[in-house]
Design a protein around this ligand. Structure first.
Ligand SMILES: Nc1ncnc2c1ncn2[C@@H]1O[C@H](COP(=O)(O)OP(=O)(O)OP(=O)(O)O)[C@@H](O)[C@H]1O
Ligand SMILES: [Mg+2]
Length: 378
């Protein structure tokens, strides 16, 4: 890691303050301060510093493109802004910024932000989010949702995302997106017992040249028998060190393993289809989660294979479940089957299909809600 910081700041007083704070930070060195952002960008793309601190004095939109270019060049961007709203934070992070600080700059916040960039990994180590995709009935689209959502998370956030197949004993993530990992999840947790986090992270296989990684299902059914709830705890702990978003394709049984996975998750996407027996099942799951003491905001209901003109209306489902439906994914058998048969995400089959747009919308809504929650909790 090079230790240079370039600052884009048109306000002289603020520039002086930033200069003093950086000087107090041993690991980093101020390279240059630019009042003219265009000039700054030109220099930065040649010098390639570790961090750019950019002050959005004329609003986020005025610097969005610059943040975009810097992030594409793998430069950590810290945005400073006079105004602080959840929407602005979302815009800045979506453009590729690593952090967002409001002005007047508080030294502690600024140093924490520099530290975050030096960790060189994720948005905030403790802010890594585990999202489990669950249903207590099989065959209703968990894997289709988990895989397509994971691809979208990586594309939209550019952060490190891992898709973990914990649909034990026999998951099927690797058949949905063509990937051939050499080590399965079961072997990885076994090796991790001696070698620690590295064994787990090494077992995550990169999907094409994206920021998505996959931790694959056990190759043989009997392999999954070695896995215990304690393994799951350790596994998540290790993954949280390296990934911003951990998406888990969970099995259907209500057993100790799956309950541990759900307990440790930050969010549960409870998948259902609009038909009476499945809605009843969904209600049972919600009751169970409530009895287990899960926060009621933790579970989001996702309706799959949604049809506009269904006999049962969404409002009726919401009444029965006493909860709003978080997202609806349209029924599109042709595109989904074509994607499964070709082992490709739906976005590679047809980028404009209704299911592709729906997965993309779901990823956007989730990341925005997560970012909003994280920043409120800070
Ligand atoms: N949005 C959709 N529109 C149409 N068909 C869909 C949709 N989502 C899933 N399917 C169909 O449902 C089938 C099951 O999907 P998937 O394998 O993702 O379910 P699952 O819940 O992971 O199943 P399992 O419990 O076996 O792991 C797919 O083969 C596909 O035919
Ligand atoms: Mg599945």
């Amino acid at each position: 890691m090079n230790n240079k910081v370039v600052v884009f700041e048109s306000d002289k007083e603020s520039a002086e303050l930033i200069k003093t704070y950086i000087a107090e930070f041993n690991e980093l060195e101020l390279d240059n301060i630019y009042e003219d952002y265009k000039e700054g960008l030109f220099y930065t793309l040649k010098s390639h510093p570790h961090i750019v601190v950019i002050s959005a004095n004329d609003g986020i939109q005025a610097v969005q493109k610059t943040i975009n270019i810097l992030a594409d060049n793998k430069i950590n961007v810290i945005v400073l802004s006079q105004t602080y709203t959840t929407n602005l934070v979302i815009q800045a992070l979506r453009a590729g910024a690593k952090d967002f600080i409001s002005k007047p700059i508080i030294k502690k916040d600024f140093i924490a932000s520099l530290n975050k960039c030096c960790k060189d990994i994720v948005r905030a180590v403790n802010k890594s989010n585990i999202i489990s995709i669950f249903s207590n009935k099989g065959g209703i689209g968990k894997t289709a949702i988990a895989t397509n959502l994971a691809v979208e998370f990586a594309r939209q956030t550019r952060e490190k995302v891992v898709l973990v197949d914990l649909n034990l004993p026999l998951g099927d993530v690797t058949t949905f997106i063509n990937i051939k990992p050499s080590i399965s999840i079961a072997s990885a947790v076994e090796t991790a017992a001696h070698k620690g986090a590295e064994a787990v992270v090494n077992a995550c296989k990169q999907y094409k040249d994206t920021s998505l990684y996959v931790l694959a299902e056990p190759i043989y059914m009997e392999e999954s028998q070695i896995m215990t709830p304690t393994h799951i705890f350790k596994l998540f702990e290790y993954l949280r060190e390296s990934f911003s978003y951990i998406l888990v394709d969970v099995g259907t049984s209500i057993d100790k393993m799956n309950m541990k996975i759900l307990e440790l998750s930050d969010l549960i996407l409870l998948v259902s289809i609009v038909n009476l027996p499945l809605i009843r099942n969904c209600q049972r799951c919600l009751d169970l989660f409530s009895n287990l003491g899960f926060d009621e905001n933790k579970t989001k209901i996702v309706i799959n294979r949604y049809l506009e003109n269904d006999e049962i209306k969404i409002e009726d489902v919401e009444k029965v479940l006493n909860q709003k439906i978080y997202w609806k994914i349209p029924n599109n058998y042709f595109t989904i089957m074509s994607s499964i048969n070709k082992a490709m995400p739906v976005s590679e089959i047809n980028e404009n299909s209704n299911v592709t747009l729906s997965f993309s919308g779901l990823a956007t809504k989730l990341t925005e809600d997560i970012i909003a929650k994280d920043f409120i909790e800070v």
